[in-house]
Design a protein around this ligand. Structure first.
Ligand code: NAP
Ligand code: ZN
Length: 361
């Protein structure tokens, strides 16, 4: 188990939802002292993932209030523990969804910490000392160094923040299917939001033909001109879907709401795979015929381990890949979350944490 101190002595200023109305208000709380394996980070930016919205509104029925969301965190190290060798004060770093894992199971040993059955997340988790974890909608974070990554010098901290969750969540299943090394495949991305737009960028960087499948016709021009998508299918248009039948090798499904997988599966070639990363609170419709008549597979994937996170971050540095963001401030969080709910952001809000803080904290 990760070594930590049980002493929660540090006062931190953050923002929390206190009930399922999802309203976010300033919240002062305590964090643990910096332990021997910990680094302390001055949080500068934090992305707003749709998972934050699921949590603040208790969509999944698992929220422990008050919840301080945020797992797309970038900032600068202000303190390092005595066991920490690869980080120093002043380093530009990022933290994603992982706060603690057992470090001993087969998944942890293979850097698939995200599949450790004792995994604790950056917020709404229960840390080893029994405390509830609070996320990046806050001015300061204490993190075990094993779940922290360097940010390449050429990448800005604001547009890089969403890579810590959205980026690795789409990178990991693409790597699992060797798409990062074998160009020339036809891949589909369902849902052009925070996760989806990064998947399109990765798909193009890896040399694939990328089709966006979207409910929003208004996103077509940008998808093609800004993100480099090759094709765009409107998923509510039966004619368009018919034209796309049996054309794709692989589909990444990032949709956040209930929908039927049947019409999407028909877009896969025989033996194609759909990886679902979107997490609606209601079950998908999964009709049997499109699966059995096309020998198609549907599987899931959750975030990514630390090896994948580092590899993705280095790759983004090399190819200069960042996210398309709209910067917001802590006092506009309710409005930002409402717009995420309405599918009205291109393509990720990132909070400038330093804007609007009480001056004494
Ligand atoms: P997002 O930015 O809100 O994007 C979701 C996209 O889904 C929207 O942009 C929209 O794209 C599409 N969509 C929304 N409502 C829809 C509906 N009723 N029917 C069909 N399509 C709809 O969300 P995100 O941050 O990318 O997250 C997406 C989902 O992934 C969330 O459920 C989140 O919790 C989950 N997630 C999972 C993991 C994991 O590890 N598996 C990690 C992070 C997030 P179009 O306008 O193009 O249709
Ligand atoms: Zn996320």
């Amino acid at each position: 188990m990760a070594q930590t101190t049980p002493n929660h002595t540090q006062t931190v200023s953050g923002w929390a939802a206190h009930d399922s109305s999802g309203k976010i208000t300033p919240f002062i709380f305590k964090r643990r002292e910096n332990g021997i394996n910990d680094v302390t980070i001055e949080v500068l930016y934090c992305g707003i993932c749709h998972t934050d919205l699921h949590h603040v509104r208790n969509d999944w029925g698992i929220t422990m209030y008050p919840v301080v969301p945020g797992h797309e965190i970038t900032g600068v190290i202000t303190k390092v523990g005595s066991n920490v060798k690869e980080f120093k004060v002043g380093d530009r770093v990022g933290v994603g969804c992982l706060a603690a894992t057992c470090l001993e199971c087969d998944f942890c040993k293979d850097s698939q910490e995200n599949y450790c059955d004792q995994v604790q997340f950056t917020y709404n988790g229960i840390f080893w000392d029994g405390s509830i974890t609070y996320g990046g909608y806050s001015k300061m974070l204490v993190a075990d160094h094993r779940y922290v990554v360097h940010i390449p010098a050429n990448l800005p901290l604001d547009a890089t923040a969403p890579l810590l969750c959205a980026g690795v969540t789409v990178f990991s299943p693409m790597k699992d299917h060797n798409l990062h090394q074998a160009p020339g495949k036809k891949i589909g991305v369902v849902g052009l939001g925070g996760l989806g737009h990064v998947a399109v960028k990765f798909g193009k960087a890896f040399g694939h033909h990328v089709t966006v499948i979207s409910t929003s016709p208004s996103k077509e021009k940008e998808a093609k001109e800004r993100l480099g998508a090759d094709d765009f299918l409107v998923s509510t248009d039966a004619q368009q879907l018919k034209k796309g039948m049996r054309t794709l090798d692989f589909i990444l499904n990032t949709v956040s709401a209930k929908h039927s997988l049947g019409p999407l599966l028909e877009l896969l070639k025989v033996n194609g795979t759909m990886v679902v990363v979107g997490a609606p609170d209601q079950p998908f419709e999964l009709p049997s015929f499109p699966m059995i008549f096309g020998k198609r597979a549907v599987k899931g994937s959750v975030i990514g381990g630390m090896r994948d996170t580092k590899e993705m971050m280095e790759l983004c540095g090399k190819h200069n890949i960042t996210c398309d963001i709209e910067v917001t401030t802590p006092h506009k969080l309710d409005a930002a979350l409402d717009r995420v709910a309405k599918n009205d952001v291109r393509y990720r809000f990132v909070i400038d944490i330093t804007a609007g803080l009480p001056s004494n904290l």
